[in-house]
Design a binder for this molecule. Structure first.
Ligand code: ZN
Length: 322
C-alpha cells in the first residue's frame, strides 16, 4: 500500500513536471541542479539554467537611489546613500564579480556597501552572499530561519526542496531580524516582511526611493512558488507542517505591501525587462503598478491551490487503488 502510494504519487509528479512546460522558465523548480539527491557542494555549471541566469547585465537605475546590479536572470538590488549602501541578494557564487562590476560601474565603492539582505536562502539568491560580504565587509541580516541556513550553508528538512538543494558558501556574520523590523544605514530605511512558504525564512523587503519631491514605495517580494522535492507534500508533512498557513499569511502580507514598483528575485517575475523596454521607449512610469503586489499574491495563491488540489486528488486515487 505504501509502495502504491509512492508509485502513484511519483508518476503523478512526473506528469506535473510536464505540466510545467506551460510555466515560464524562471518559475520552474530548481530540482535539476543536483544530479543526485543530497546536500552537494555548489559547483559552477552544475545547474542547467545557471549560465543563462548568470548572463551579464548592465546595471540599471530602477528609481531614485534604487539600482539593479544583478545578472540577467537573478536580481540583486542596490539602494544607495551618502552614508553607505544596502544590497539585496547575492545571486550565484559565479555572479559575484558581475555584481561587483555593476556596483563599480555605477560609480559606487564596494566598501560602502554596509548591509546585505536576502530574499531566500537557495543557491541562486544566496550563493554569492558570503563572497560579497568578504568583498565589501558588510553585515548580513536575515530572518531567524534564513540565518540558520546562511550560517551553516545547508538548508534544513523544513525546506520543501530539502534533499535536492546544493549547499551554499557559509556566511560568517549574520544578524537576525524580526518581522516588520526596519533596518537603517544612514538615511536608508528598509523594512523586513517575513513571507515564508517557498522557504521557512523567506523575506520580502520594502523601502521608499525619491526623485526630487516624488517618493515611491518599492517592494522586493520573495518567491512565493510551492516548489518541492519529490517526497514533500504541502498538504501533509512532518518537516514543515505550517507551510500552508505560512503561505496564506504571506499572500496577505504581500497583498498589503506599499507597492508602487514591484521587484522580484527573478526579474521576469515582475516583468522587469519588458517594463524597462517600455520605459526606454518613452513611457516614463512603465515600472509603476500599484496593483502589482496584489496580482502577484493572487497568482501565487491560485498556484498553491492547484498544487493542493493535485495532492488531494492523487491521494484519493491512491486510496481507491486506481
Ligand atoms: Zn528558491
Amino acid at each position: 500500500m505504501l509502495m502504491d502510494l509512492w508509485a502513484t504519487r511519483r508518476s503523478h509528479l512526473k506528469k506535473s513536471t510536464w505540466g510545467f512546460l506551460a510555466t515560464p522558465w524562471w518559475m520552474l523548480p530548481i530540482l535539476a541542479v543536483a544530479a543526485t539527491p543530497g546536500d552537494e557542494a555548489w559547483r559552477p555549471g552544475s545547474c542547467k539554467e545557471c549560465a543563462a541566469w548568470n548572463a551579464t547585465q548592465a546595471p540599471v537605475r530602477i528609481y531614485g537611489n534604487t539600482y539593479y546590479v544583478g545578472v540577467r536572470g537573478l536580481s540583486s538590488i542596490l539602494i544607495t546613500s551618502a552614508q553607505g549602501h544596502i544590497l539585496i541578494d547575492g545571486d550565484l557564487p559565479e555572479s559575484i564579480p558581475k555584481i561587483a562590476a555593476s556596483i563599480r560601474a555605477l560609480g559606487f565603492r564596494l566598501e560602502d556597501v554596509k548591509l546585505i539582505l536576502n530574499s531566500h536562502v537557495h543557491f541562486d539568491h544566496a550563493g554569492g552572499i558570503a563572497g560579497l560580504q568578504a568583498l565589501t565587509g558588510a553585515e548580513v541580516a536575515a530572518s531567524a530561519a534564513s540565518a540558520r541556513v546562511l550560517r551553516s550553508g545547508h538548508s534544513g528538512p523544513d525546506d520543501p526542496q530539502f534533499g535536492q538543494l546544493p549547499s551554499i558558501p557559509r556566511v560568517n556574520r549574520v544578524q537576525v531580524i524580526r518581522d516588520d523590523e526596519t533596518l537603517r544605514i544612514g538615511s536608508l530605511e528598509v523594512t523586513a516582511h517575513l513571507t515564508p512558504g517557498h522557504t521557512a525564512g523567506g523575506t520580502s523587503w520594502s523601502w521608499k526611493s525619491c526623485e526630487q519631491a516624488r517618493c515611491l514605495n518599492i517592494a522586493y517580494v520573495d518567491s512565493l512558488t510551492p516548489v518541492s522535492s519529490d517526497t514533500f507534500l504541502f498538504t501533509h508533512n512532518a518537516t514543515y507542517p505550517n507551510v500552508l498557513k505560512d503561505f496564506e499569511q504571506s499572500f496577505a502580507t504581500v497583498s498589503a505591501l506599499p507597492c508602487d514598483i514591484l521587484l522580484t528575485p527573478h526579474p521576469e517575475g515582475s516583468g522587469l525587462w519588458s517594463r524597462l523596454a517600455r520605459r526606454d521607449h518613452g513611457e516614463a512610469d512603465a515600472l509603476l503598478d500599484a496593483t502589482a503586489c496584489r496580482q502577484l499574491a493572487d497568482a501565487a495563491r491560485a498556484r498553491l491551490k492547484e498544487r493542493v488540489a493535485k495532492e488531494a486528488s492523487e491521494q484519493d486515487a491512491a486510496v481507491k487503488g486506481t
